[in-house]
Ligand binder design. Structure first.
Ligand code: HSE
Length: 312
């Protein structure tokens, strides 16, 4: 049995505008790096190898919480050590906590000879998300573990469907402010009008059909959110400008990535995706707000498991 494995969990975009808590997709970059080791005792140990000051106590750490959930379903005499180097910034809106939880359970499962299914891994990792945001949501975890675009039809019981998607280029624009998912959920309305729900259902159905048919116009028409976006954009300076400039530059559409502050935009070509990236970076430069940007495609693989070093 192997005693150690290196995994690279990817960043993810949850919600995909209209599918709050039910849609998400994985990115090729950025990714975290995690070394997971098997221990001969019932114990979880976390070593943070970055400067984010994340708690090393397993019950206060998202990787630790996910592994403790897994340990409950394992015999005595098994434990794990995780050495984590994060590139996906905590509080960035591109699934930082999900990457930590997913990477830990995928690595541990590999060392156990893959005894758990992907669905079970998402269930364990949800304990990490619960610790981070107070909610057992899976719209970052499912694409992180399954890869591609995923639908979370239900979280209890878990029902995850991975769907096809056409070639799309994704621009991520991340203004360097931190938005806590728990805060971004607190400000949401608890009730909505039936007319708003009907529009949202139409857009979610249209977006799923657009992905599966590879219909770019339908994807573009369906990237509309009348419920969450109007409330959350108050937390993201420059959002309206970045979005309208991106659309003028030829993007298909986009919006808040997860609970923000990152903004994502889909484009049909890499050239447009880079144009959108440059415009977004200029907007934040003018505002005096540092920002990070990425251009990526949709990652179909999920967490990469490898014994070879990967350049991040
Ligand atoms: N669906 C979650 C939310 C994703 O929007 O609160 C958080 O990354």
């Amino acid at each position: 049995m192997e005693k150690e494995i290196t995994v690279y969990p990817p960043a993810t975009v949850a919600n995909i505008v209209c599918g709050f808590d039910v849609l998400g997709f994985a990115l090729d970059k950025p990714r975290d790096k995690m070394v997971v080791r098997l221990l001969p005792e019932r114990k979880v140990s976390i070593i943070n190898k970055d400067d984010f000051d994340l708690p090393p106590e397993p019950e206060r750490n998202v990787s630790g919480a996910a592994l403790l959930a897994m340990l409950k379903e394992l015999p005595e005499g098994i434990g794990f050590e995780v050495e984590s180097t994060k590139t996906i910034l905590p509080g960035s809106g591109i699934g930082s906590s999900a990457a930590s939880a997913a990477g830990a359970v995928v690595g541990a499962n590999y060392l156990l000879g893959n005894r758990f299914s992907d669905n079970e891994l998402v269930r364990f990792a949800m304990s990490g998300e619960e610790l981070a945001s107070g909610v057992r949501h899976a719209d970052n975890l499912a694409p992180c573990i399954y890869g591609g675009v995923t639908i979370i039809r239900s979280t209890d019981p878990l029902d995850i469907i991975k769907i096809q998607s056409p070639l799309l280029f994704v621009t991520i624009i991340h203004p360097q402010i931190e938005v806590k998912t728990s805060d971004a959920r607190q400000i949401l309305k608890k009730q909505i009008h039936l007319s708003q729900a009907i529009q949202q259902w139409g857009n979610v159905a249209g977006l799923v059909a657009g992905f599966m048919k590879g219909d770019y116009d339908l994807i573009s028409r369906s990237l509309v959110d009348g419920i969450i976006e109007p409330v959350r954009t108050i937390l993201i300076p420059g959002f309206d400008e970045v979005k309208s400039q991106s659309m003028k530059a030829g993007a298909l559409g986009g919006g808040i990535s997860g609970s923000g502050p990152s903004i994502f935009m889909f484009s049909r070509t890499e050239e447009t995706a880079h144009l959108v990236e440059n415009l977004g970076a200029e907007t934040y430069l003018k505002m005096g707000l540092p920002c990070r940007t990425y251009v990526s495609t949709i990652n179909q693989e999920g967490v990469k498991i490898t014994r070879k070093e990967v350049i991040l």
